[in-house]
Design a protein around this ligand. Structure first.
Ligand code: 5GP
Ligand code: MN
Length: 322
């Protein structure tokens, strides 16, 4: 299966979607605002085609900070096996969707991860796009479908969140064109920023100092690491999703090129988030550990490995890159 990004390929996807009876849009495990915003944005748009459309995220609980997104309450956690078309969004590999294959159903892969494995029957993957919503919107534009206000609100949230409010390398003129169109369609920049940044649960602010306390510098201060333990989550009452952007504190130090955060998972795994500034391709590093992501933001999960050994392995690789 391969990726193609010509208009004809998008048209093929549009025809398949219009021919489907029961569509299920699925995003990745431990979803972020890009995954949920892109999935719900598509949900509002595809509902306009007058067919059955579900949005499924297998993970529970979902990040409640995103409950302001229109349609959030409609998200399901299990796929209906009667779906004849599945659309994976913001997801680099099939296993990260957390679903099994459904015999006879078609799979369309809408993404922007450079590590994408092209697991769909049709793959619409644009590694240069800043957000999966941008890929979805290209499809919507080529298909000529209407975008209701609630679709635009969801896509706009996906976009600002995956660009760090227009601050990442992925941001170019195309991103601002897309943002302008979404605002014209009814998205509200101030409201979205307030919902994303000033709507935090107390537990998250209680967790933050505990996490910052673990800050450790390596390789002459060019690498910084943070840890989140299950105990910290428990004592602050925070859920796993609330650690989402804390790795950015590690990268924010002046001397640091690579920041990482290691989080203990309830299933015994260690989830690692990697962030870099301008030299290191962290997606490549994450792939070595079975994960993936983007040049400046990537992640992976390991099982059965001691934390110290994991940090050693990571530093050995980073030493060569820096
Ligand atoms: P985060 O560190 O915020 O979880 O993820 C950063 C980026 O890496 C996101 O784009 C995310 O989708 C990707 N990523 C994180 N963990 C994994 C993983 O285990 N596998 C893959 N393929 N991508 C991941
Ligand atoms: Mn994304």
């Amino acid at each position: 299966m391969k990726n193609e990004t010509g208009d004809a390929h998008y048209q093929k996807a549009a025809v398949a979607i219009e021919a489907a009876r029961h569509i299920t849009v699925v995003g990745h495990l431990n979803p972020d605002a890009d995954a949920i915003g892109t999935a719900l944005g598509l949900w509002w748009i595809l509902k306009g085609l007058k067919k059955r459309v579900d949005v499924v995220f297998v993970s529970t609980p979902l990040p409640q900070v995103l409950s302001f997104l229109p349609g959030f309450g409609k998200i399901k956690h299990q796929i209906d096996p009667k779906s004849d078309l599945i659309i994976g969004v913001d997801c680099g590999s099939f296993d990260r969707l957390g679903i099994g294959r459904i015999e006879g159903s078609m799979l369309i892969n809408i993404d922007h991860h450079r590590s994408n494995t092209f697991y769909g029957d049709i793959n619409l993957v644009e590694p240069h796009f800043a957000s999966a919503s941008q890929t979805a919107f290209r499809l919507v534009g080529i298909a000529g479908w209407d975008v209701p206000k609630n679709g635009a609100v969801n896509f706009y949230t996906a976009l600002v969140s995956d660009t760090g409010f227009f601050g990442y390398e992925s941001v170019g003129p195309g991103v601002f064109d897309f943002a302008k169109t979404l605002l014209e369609l009814g998205a509200d920049a101030e409201w979205t920023a307030r919902m994303l940044r000033e709507n935090q649960p107390l537990s998250k602010l209680r967790l933050l100092p505990k996490v910052l306390e673990t800050l450790t510098l390596y390789l002459g201060g060019r690498v910084a690491g943070l840890k989140v333990t299950l105990d910290m989550l428990k004592s602050s009452g925070a859920s796993i999703g609330e650690t989402e952007d804390m790795v950015n504190y590690a990268r924010s130090l002046a001397t640091v090129e690579v920041g990482f955060l290691i989080r203990e998972e309830p299933d015994g795994g260690l989830k690692v988030s990697l962030r870099s500034k301008e030299l290191v391709d962290v997606a490549q590093i994450a792939v070595k550990f079975g994960g993936g992501g983007h040049i400046r933001a990537a992640g992976f999960t390991v099982y059965g490995m001691e934390q110290d050994l994991l940090v050693d392995k990571l530093l050995k690789i980073l030493q060569k890159e820096l």
